[in-house]
Design a protein around this ligand. Structure first.
Ligand code: ADP
Ligand code: ZN
Ligand code: ZN
Length: 686
């Protein structure tokens, strides 16, 4: 009897390819018989790795092909009875891993909230069970605030957006600051909400202030959730699970990580401030661009995408100009407010005549004094935090540098410290020069802290606020500064890039740009594009109800084209001029850039390895390879760095490029010298 019916099952063992949150694509495990049929694509499982590690992974595929020549380990535990990753998410993960040339495990690690890949699953399940008991109140969003009507200009723009969507997947809304772009988004969202569709509204992390979320909450109430990286793991898990349920939020307002939530019926994606560099994740992998990834996500759902900005990125503007994207312009500010007047002050002259008081020209001081007398507020932009750029021994010129990175330490006066802005290394200000014993130091360069000190001598009666990474490190600190300034509790707001981010104050009549050259003199092919964006955005903060604001722009390059283009708000001329150079030198958006980074503790060995890598790359890519070079900061956290640049034409298949790069990487890594070498890629670097 026993021999009549062989137990077929044991001859057809099941295997599962599992993605783990580590820098590999995945590993294959044996599915234990008691889990067969239940371990399916998209479920989470607990698996062993190496001698004594345990990971939570995601099932990518179940099959019956036994991998050859490896010892098989079994899945320990199945965590989900139904998939928690849907097909669009898998498609997006795979696209990211391929396009940005990184392991699938790195994508998973970034995409899932920490609580989805726990070490202590039991404790979290318990926590989660308790929270799930709470039923969200279901109020009718349309009983909330009715929509504020659109102005005729805004209505025209909305009609044009509709016309654009009827023909194309993507629309660029190019609207000057305070033209009411957000109002248009709200109208558009409302319409999709009424159709029962899902909407993803992406904002740069820093722009997700309480003011912004409250503005949307007033219209969309509990149908909307806010999602960003500053939330706790459990808060993010809650939203994730709600999106898997039968009653997901319809509107997700989020920072870049919101693209990784599960959507079921996504119909509209809005990417506000699409030009913002913070949409690109720099560190760690995946080094993805959230705007471009959102476009892919929309594509997977056949959803529409609206990209909004006052200062488009070249990548987007180019496509809007060439035709793939529809283009809608909105050049009227709300309530006919005028764009600010930008007055250029040549500080070369003032410096020579020794008329400068610290970083302040006589003209800026005069304008500030008048504004203060009228009870108006002022914003000062200085793109560097800390007190001084660095300090120098008065006697021998010794300059303190970071022991781990190839940079000088920045002087923070209030804390009496020297800080590395790359790795955070902090030391106390030395009492004397270790080289010669001198006790006097001179400080070089001006940071926001020094500007604040200058003001206390120039305008002792003025109340100042400072907004930079030191004073606005947390969301609470950031919002408290904004609130205080909005309530007129301070006269002058001094800040770095942070003050350029779409803030809306009603009493600011003067904006001072202390040193535009710090943006112009960056050795990067994008520096003028960025300078135009940053300075136009910061200038846009000036202007009160009926009276246009005044911007004082201090520079040593008063006669340059780029400064003229900024003062005249002439985006088109700036674009055309820069594009000529981009084309000539094979830069984006005409070519795709890929940076290959190599890192090693040993500088000389790295030289050798980088040369070898470049030689192998040239054999395949020829003239498209530049380098290896030492980047401007060529050592960070004790690792030396080399960069090889690849310029690829758009016609070249990204898949082929990726394959070639990975094949070359495997060759390099197989040499004994490359044992402790790190290689990674930055695709479409910013
Ligand atoms: P943008 O997003 O283009 O910078 P906003 O949508 O934030 O502009 O609008 C700027 C200001 O003007 C906001 O305070 C907003 O409430 C107001 N505003 C814009 N359009 C309207 C409108 N149609 N009705 C009432 N207020 C509006
Ligand atoms: Zn010295
Ligand atoms: Zn450092």
């Amino acid at each position: 009897m026993l021999l009549e019916k062989p137990p077929q099952d044991i001859f057809y063992l099941k295997y599962a390819d599992i993605i783990l949150p580590i820098a590999f694509d995945g590993f294959t495990y044996l599915v234990p018989p008691n889990m067969e049929g239940r371990v399916v694509r998209g479920c989470r499982v607990v698996v062993p790795l190496g001698k004594n590690k345990i990971y939570t992974g995601v099932v990518l595929r179940v099959h019956d092909q036994q991998p050859q020549g490896v010892e098989m380990k079994s899945i320990i535990e199945l965590l989900d009875e139904t998939p928690v990753i849907n097909e669009q998410q898998f498609a997006l993960w795979l696209w990211i891993a391929h396009y940005y040339i990184c392991p699938l495990g790195d994508v998973m690690k970034c995409a899932l909230p920490g609580a989805m890949k726990p070490q202590d699953e039991q404790a979290l399940k318990e926590k989660d069970r308790k929270r799930r008991g709470a039923v969200p109140t279901d109020i009718d969003p349309y009983s909330l605030r009715p929509l504020n009507p659109l102005s005729p200009y805004q209505q025209k723009a909305l009609d044009e957006i509709d016309a654009g969507f009827s023909q194309k997947e993507t629309v660029l809304l190019h609207g000057v600051t305070s033209s009411g772009k957000t109002e248009i988004y709200i109208h558009l969202i409302d319409r999709y909400m009424r159709q029962g569709k899902q909407i993803l509204y992406l904002l740069p992390e820093i722009a997700l202030t309480t003011q912004m979320t409250e503005r949307l909450r007033a219209f969309f109430g509990d149908k909307m959730a806010v999602y960003h990286s500053k939330f706790t793991d459990v808060q993010r898990l809650d939203i994730y699970k709600r999106q898997l349920s039968s009653s997901p939020y319809q509107l997700i307002l989020g920072a870049r990580s919101a693209i990784f939530l599960p959507f079921t019926d996504l119909a509209l994606v809005i990417v506000d401030e699409e030009h913002e560099q913070s949409y690109k994740q720099q560190e760690p992998a995946p080094r993805y661009h959230a705007r471009n990834t959102a476009l892919m996500l929309a594509h997977l759902f056949r959803a529409k995408t609206l990209l909004g900005t006052a200062t488009p990125s070249f990548e987007v503007y180019h496509l809007a100009h060439k035709g793939p994207y529809a283009y809608v312009q909105l050049s009227h500010r709300h309530r006919d407010m005028q764009l600010p007047t930008i007055e250029v002050v040549d500080i070369k002259e003032s410096k020579r005549k020794r008329q400068m008081k610290g970083p302040f020209s006589p003209r800026l001081i005069e304008v500030m004094r008048q504004a203060l007398q009228r009870g108006e507020q002022i914003i000062l932009f200085q793109n560097r935090r800390g007190f001084a750029n660095f300090i120098e021994c008065k006697q021998c010129g010794w300059v303190p540098r970071c022991p781990h990175c190839d940079v000088t330490l920045t002087h923070h006066k209030r804390q009496e410290t020297l800080v590395c802005h790359y790795c955070g290394h902090t030391v106390r200000l030395p009492e004397s020069c270790p080289a010669c014993g001198e006790t006097a130091f001179v400080s070089r360069g001006t940071g926001t802290e020094k500007v604040e000190e200058n003001i206390s001598t120039l305008f002792p009666e003025a109340v100042t606020l400072r907004m930079d990474l030191d004073t606005a490190n947390s969301r609470q600190q950031y919002e408290s500064i904004i609130t205080q300034f909005a309530r007129h509790e301070a006269d002058i707001l001094i800040g770095t890039q942070m003050v350029t981010k779409g803030l809306d104050f009603d009493n600011v009549s003067v904006v001072g740009i202390l040193d535009a050259d710090t943006l112009l003199n960056v050795p990067d092919f994008r520096s003028y594009e960025y300078a135009f964006q940053t300075l136009s955005q910061v200038a846009g903060r000036a202007g009160r109800d009926k009276s246009p604001g005044l911007v004082i722009l201090q520079t040593r390059s008063a006669e340059s084209d780029i400064i003229k283009q900024i003062t005249q708000a002439n985006y088109w001329e700036m674009f055309c001029q820069q594009m000529t150079e981009r084309k000539l030198f094979h830069y984006p958006p005409f070519y795709r850039l890929i940076y290959v980074y190599l890192k090693h503790r040993d500088d000389r060995l790295l030289d050798h390895l980088a040369d070898d890598a470049a030689r192998r790359l040239r054999a395949v890519f020829g003239e498209r390879i530049l380098g290896p070079d030492r980047p401007p900061v060529s050592r960070i956290q004790s690792l030396y760095i080399r960069k090889i640049m690849i310029k690829v034409e758009h016609a070249a298949s990204p898949a082929k490029v990726r394959e070639s790069l990975l094949a070359i990487q495997r060759d390099i890594m197989s040499t004994p010298a490359a044992k402790a070498l790190y290689i990674y890629y930055d695709v479409d670097p910013l």
